[in-house]
Design a protein around this ligand. Structure first.
Ligand code: ZN
Length: 92
């Protein structure tokens, strides 16, 4: 193992996890928001429905990033949890 684990805290449940296991939401230095990659203030979130919903309801990302978080950011993260939800596929 050559790479060291970098721990980050989920904005919702406050759990410390390896950065690679978390979603990263970035408030870009040049303006706007990005996911995963970019330069700027970052907030981290567990890739789970619970933490995503809670973050949205309690405006955790807004508080951590000190800016508005567009619905499209939440929608994009929800898409990652349910890539085929619009098709209504229940089978696995
Ligand atoms: Zn969490």
């Amino acid at each position: 193992m050559s790479s060291k684990a970098v721990l980050r805290r989920c904005v919702t449940c406050r759990e410390l996890l390896d950065r690679q296991q978390l979603w990263r939401v970035i408030r870009l230095a040049e303006g706007g928001m990005a996911l995963d990659q970019g330069m700027g203030r970052s907030a981290y979130l567990c890739p789970s429905q619970r933490c995503l919903e809670e973050a949205k309801r309690r405006k955790r990302l807004q508080k951590a990033l000190r800016c508005q978080v567009a619905d499209s950011i939440y929608a994009a993260l929800e898409q990652r949890l349910h890539p085929t939800s619009s098709a209504g596929a229940e089978a696995r």
